[in-house]
Design a protein around this ligand. Structure first.
Ligand SMILES: [Zn+2]
Length: 167
């Protein structure tokens, strides 16, 4: 999937579960889940997320490969634990932590679900090698670019609009 499709998938997933009506929290919710949805592709130095960080994506691709450990439940647990550790230093208040980490998990898992719609699939149960995927769409193909992406954009805008209440 393209990075923008992943971002919107994560944002939609985050917006579906949020109960907040504050514009600031709704935007933060979509942003956190959307960004978390980009992180599994840190295993590809040519991906949008991989280009944001020097060296590390190249090392990950050389060692565990693209669509390897980071595209698995084990990867989700590891990256979430790392994010939780960093968040504790950045913002130790529990309410922020308790709101952001579930959104982070939801965004990350949304990436794995979306990539599972490609024939290449993802190794959900890594270190087992088996990839789970459905041959429904190709990354960057017609269906993704002209049907799924616009539909997600509309859905994301609609969800954000229905969640936000201006007082
Ligand atoms: Zn991916």
């Amino acid at each position: 999937m393209l990075w923008r499709t992943h971002f919107l998938t994560g944002a939609v997933a985050g917006l579906v579960v949020t109960g907040s009506t504050s514009p600031r929290v709704v935007i933060l919710t979509a942003g956190v889940a959307g960004i978390a949805a980009l992180l599994p592709d840190l295993d590809d130095p040519n991906s949008w997320a991989g280009r944001m960080i020097p060296v590390i994506p190249r090392l990950i691709k050389l060692t565990i490969g693209h669509r390897g450990a980071l595209h698995s439940l084990m990867g989700a647990v590891f990256i979430t634990a790392l994010a939780a550790f960093l968040l504790r230093f950045w913002h130790p208040q529990a309410y922020v932590y308790n709101h952001l980490i579930p959104l982070f998990v939801i965004g990350y898992i949304s990436h794995l679900v979306a990539d599972s719609l490609n024939p290449q699939g993802v190794p959900w149960l890594w270190p087992l090698d088996k990839h789970f995927g459905l041959p429904l769409m190709q990354t960057g193909g017609f269906l993704e670019r002209f049907v799924i992406f616009p539909a997600l954009l509309v859905l994301c805008s609609w969800l954000a609009g229905t969640r936000i209440t201006f007082t």
